[in-house]
Each structure stands twice: as structure tokens, then as C-alpha cells.
Design a protein around this ligand. Structure first.
Ligand SMILES: *Cc1c(COP(=O)(O)O)cnc(C)c1O
Length: 487
């Protein structure tokens, strides 16, 4: 039997890669919505490889078979595009990563790549750990990173416990992210990156991205930004100098709430003092081929495609839910039972003017409804009840349509009390640092009509006037007996 030789396959692989590259360049010419809808999947691929399916494929298969040993060798040496084993790559993941890379770098002049992960936390871990490697020239150095303490509860735990406590990697907390002096004072030669979450969940903290990116680069280290709350429809940190963006895709991007998903999107040629050219040249490509291959935190094809389906409408959804949230924030602002509302969209928010320079509805200037750049601030907000922890729980317990769930970004409104849920584990001290009091309710407005969201909050606040609520639960769900409710 005659084989074809690895060169035969490598040449074919090169033609395919050139074709894909040209297709991506073509997509870059399109507007944001077009990219979100089509991503890097094309008619040609649908017809040639996917039975004409207009939706990207999900191959429920662990691995790919090869024509012969030459093709296998070319594939396993990464010389041809392949999805040898689904932990490393699969076609669904490829389209998912392709669209996120394009959206996060949209019209920024920055070339970016993406790696999909099973969750937002896996994205943060993969990005951070790739930069927290021992320096062979100075193996005993105690490594550190400098990051804001106003972060998602899971991130707080990953940094404070998994890294700082368990691995002796110091998290130097920035208490006031708007003090560039504070950031600067915490950086030294063992600092591997700067980290910030903006806007932060739930406290709506925000800092001057360009300044902090410049500060990082002046120390030859990268800036990582968790941009989950904004999504690429409202802000794209790479455009302002950030090197690496992490997304909990689970949230607004994957709004239907079917599952968990994450992503890292990094520009090519990140700034870093680490002696690893491959890592710096293409951070996500490096993660994919090496550390994440070995650590295995990647996304499944099913989740990748279901998230991809929601990503198609991200721009118009973020516009709708941002406008709704603004209305709800205005209703709560000044309400007699409300101590304060934290929403960057409100003019009285101390960081409003800063956020206003960064958060815009992408392409609003090309939208016939607006015809100019308009600011949008997303659907995460929080408000503080005029009262103690018990009063706060009473209001929270009286919601009749807003779901009590530790979630955000959903198409349905959800609310939580961070002090007893998402930010419970970090303790009183950690919550104080992150600015999370016991009377804080986090609300993420969904796509319901704003009047109905306001009506639900309004009737819930009535409990503070002594009005009683009786929420009755049916003993049978519409679908049949629910044994739990009969107990
Ligand atoms: C939820 C969330 C995460 C963690 O993402 P998962 O997908 O739940 O792992 C990280 N950052 C922010 C801002 C989040 O809201």
C-alpha cells in the first residue's frame, strides 16, 4: 500500500489555513451584528463539509480518525488543522473561539485569538497560571500579581485561597482601583500581571483602563481584564490596551441559561517579562496547544454551540436590557425605602463620568434608531435597602417574578443578596474590602418589559410598609406531581 507522505497533507493543510485566514479577514470588514450572527462559519463550509447545515456543527465524538499514518503524524505535530482529540479542539469550539476573537477585537486594529474554556473560572485560572510560572533563573522568587479586590466571589476565592494561601503566590490587593499610585506601589520585579474586573460584579467598580494598561506595560507585564459584565457589545478592553480579556460567557453572552462557558481572548504579542516567545506571540494559541491540552479545562462542543447561538444577538440584547436597567435604576434612585443605587449609568454614580468614556453600544452610530454613539451600561446593578439584613431579606423574599438565584446575564430577571450567596465565603472582612454590605441586593434585569420589573420590585418594597405577602406554591407543577412540594 502506498502512503502519500506527510508533505502532501501539510500542503493541503496550508491551503486550508490560508482559506480560513482570508475568510476571517473578509468577516473583519463586516459590522458587529453580522460578525455575531455568522462568526467564521461560511456558506462554503456548510456546503462542502456540513451537509448544507446553516448552523455550525456539533460532532459528538471524542476524536478524529486519519486517512493514514502520514496524516496522523502531520496532525499530531500540529502541522495541519485538526481536532485530533476533543479535549484540545473540536469543530464547535473552533467556531465559538473564532466569533469571540472577532467580537472582542472588533474595529480595534488589534489582532486577537481566543480559547474556549468550560467556565469563566477556568478562563481566569488558565490565563493567570500561564503567567505564574517559575522563573528558571530565579526559582525561589515569591511570585505576585496585583489586582482589584472588587471582583466576582469565585475570583476572590481563587486568588485568595487557591493561589495566595495554597500556593504561596501573593495576591496584592488594590483597594482603590482609581488610585494609580496604589497600583504602582504594589508592583515589583516579581509581579507577573495586573488584574481588574470592570464593571465589577456586583459593586460596579470601574477604573481608567488606558492608564492601568499603560502602567502594566511600563513594567513589562500584561493587564488582564474580566469584561463579563460589559460584554464585547458595550466595551472591548483590547482596544484600550488590555492584553488579555477573560469572559464568563455563561452570563450575558449565553443568556438562555443552558450551561456554563468561558473564554480567554488575547491580543497577539502580549507584553510580558517571561522568557517564552511562543506564549507572548499568541497567548491563546499557546494555551490551546500546551497548558490547556495538559490541564484539560476546555469547553464541550454542545456548550460551545449553544452559547454561540445566543451570542448572535448580543448587541441588540445588551441595548434592550441596558435601557430597561436604566429605567429600573431611575425608579429606585430616591425611593424612600432605598438607601442607594449602584449603577454606572446613573449620573450621580461617582464613576459615571469615567465609565461614560468607555461604555458604548457598539455600532450605535450606524443604527438608524440612534445615528450617533450612545452610552449603555449593561444590565447588572445593585441597590441597598434602607434597613438591616432582615429587612433586605424580606424585600428579596417578596419578589414574585424576579427569580432569587445566584446568576446574572439571563434573559429573565434574577436577583441575589451577595453577602449570603456569591460573596459569602470571603467573610465579613473580604466583603468589606469588596464593598458588599448586608443590605445590598444585586439585580440583573432581563428582557421583560421594564414596567413589569418595576411593578415586581415596587410590590416587594411594600413589605417595608408592613404589607404582608402570601406567595402560594402549587402542590403540582403543570407537568405533573412534584414530590418535593408535597413533603
Ligand atoms: C460568573 C462570573 C465569573 C465566573 O464565571 P463562571 O462561568 O461561573 O465560572 C467570573 N467573573 C465574573 C464577573 C462573573 O460574573
Amino acid at each position: 500500500m502506498e502512503t502519500k507522505g506527510t508533505q502532501f497533507y501539510i500542503q493541503a493543510g496550508k491551503r486550508a489555513m490560508d482559506w480560513h485566514k482570508a475568510n476571517i479577514e473578509k468577516m473583519k470588514q463586516c459590522r458587529f451584528d453580522t460578525i455575531a450572527v455568522h462568526g467564521i462559519y461560511s456558506m462554503q463550509e456548510a456546503l462542502d463539509f456540513n451537509q448544507g447545515s446553516i448552523i455550525e456543527p456539533i460532532y459528538m465524538s471524542t476524536s478524529q480518525a486519519y486517512r493514514d499514518s502520514d496524516e496522523m503524524e502531520a496532525a499530531l505535530s500540529y502541522n495541519i488543522p485538526t481536532w485530533c482529540y476533543s479535549r484540545i479542539a473540536n469543530p464547535s469550539m473552533y467556531y465559538y473561539e473564532g466569533v469571540l476573537a472577532l467580537l472582542e477585537s472588533y474595529k480595534s486594529g488589534v489582532d486577537a485569538s481566543c480559547i474556549g474554556t468550560a467556565s469563566g473560572m477556568a478562563a481566569i485560572q488558565s490565563a493567570a497560571d500561564a503567567l505564574l510560572t517559575v522563573d528558571p533563573k530565579n526559582p525561589d522568587a515569591k511570585l505576585n500579581f496585583v489586582g482589584t479586590c472588587q471582583v466576582y466571589g469565585g475570583t476572590f476565592q481563587q486568588f485568595a485561597v487557591r493561589k495566595d494561601q495554597e500556593r504561596n503566590i501573593e495576591w496584592r490587593k488594590v483597594i482603590d482601583p482609581n488610585s494609580i499610585e496604589e497600583w504602582a506601589s504594589k508592583i515589583d520585579k516579581n509581579t507577573r500581571f495586573l488584574y481588574g474586573e470592570i464593571p465589577s460584579n456586583p459593586s460596579q467598580s470601574f477604573f481608567d483602563l488606558k492608564l492601568i494598561a499603560d502602567l502594566a506595560h511600563s513594567h513589562n507585564i500584561p493587564l488582564i481584564v474580566d469584561s463579563t459584565v460589559a460584554t464585547p457589545a458595550l466595551m472591548r478592553p483590547l482596544e484600550y490596551g488590555a492584553d488579555i480579556v477573560v469572559q464568563s460567557v455563561t452570563k450575558s453572552l449565553y443568556t438562555s441559561g443552558f450551561g456554563i462557558a468561558g473564554a480567554i481572548i488575547a491580543k497577539k504579542n502580549i507584553t510580558s517579562s517571561i522568557d517564552n516567545d511562543m506564549m507572548k506571540a499568541d497567548f491563546c494559541g499557546y494555551l490551546k496547544l500546551l497548558p490547556n491540552r495538559d490541564n484539560g479545562p476546555n469547553i464541550s462542543p454542545m456548550n460551545a454551540i449553544m452559547a454561540l447561538n445566543d451570542i448572535r444577538t448580543i448587541r441588540t440584547r445588551m441595548d434592550l436590557v441596558s435601557r430597561t436597567t436604566m429605567k429600573v435604576a431611575e425608579f429606585l434612585n430616591g425611593h424612600k425605602h432605598i438607601e442607594g443605587v449602584d449603577y454606572l449609568g446613573l449620573e450621580n454614580h461617582p464613576l459615571h463620568d469615567l465609565a461614560k468614556q468607555y461604555m458604548f453600544l457598539v455600532d450605535s452610530e450606524f443604527d438608524e434608531l440612534y445615528g450617533k454613539k450612545v452610552n449603555r451600561y449593561g444590565h447588572l446593578m445593585s441597590f441597598r435597602i434602607n434597613g438591616d439584613a432582615i429587612a433586605t431579606r424580606n424585600v428579596f423574599d417578596a419578589f414574585q417574578r424576579i427569580y432569587r438565584a445566584t446568576d446574572l446575564g439571563r434573559i429573565k430577571s434574577v436577583a441575589t443578596i451577595p453577602a449570603i450567596s456569591t460573596h459569602q465565603q470571603q467573610g465579613e472582612e473580604g466583603r468589606k474590602l469588596a464593598g458588599i454590605p448586608a443590605n445590598l441586593i444585586r439585580l440583573c434585569c432581563g428582557a421583560e418589559h421594564p414596567d413589569d420589573i418595576i411593578a415586581d420590585i415596587d410590590q416587594a418594597l411594600d413589605v417595608l410598609d408592613g404589607k404582608k405577602h402570601f406567595i402560594s406554591f402549587p402542590e403540582y407543577s403543570a407537568g405533573g406531581a412534584s414530590s418535593a412540594s408535597l413533603k
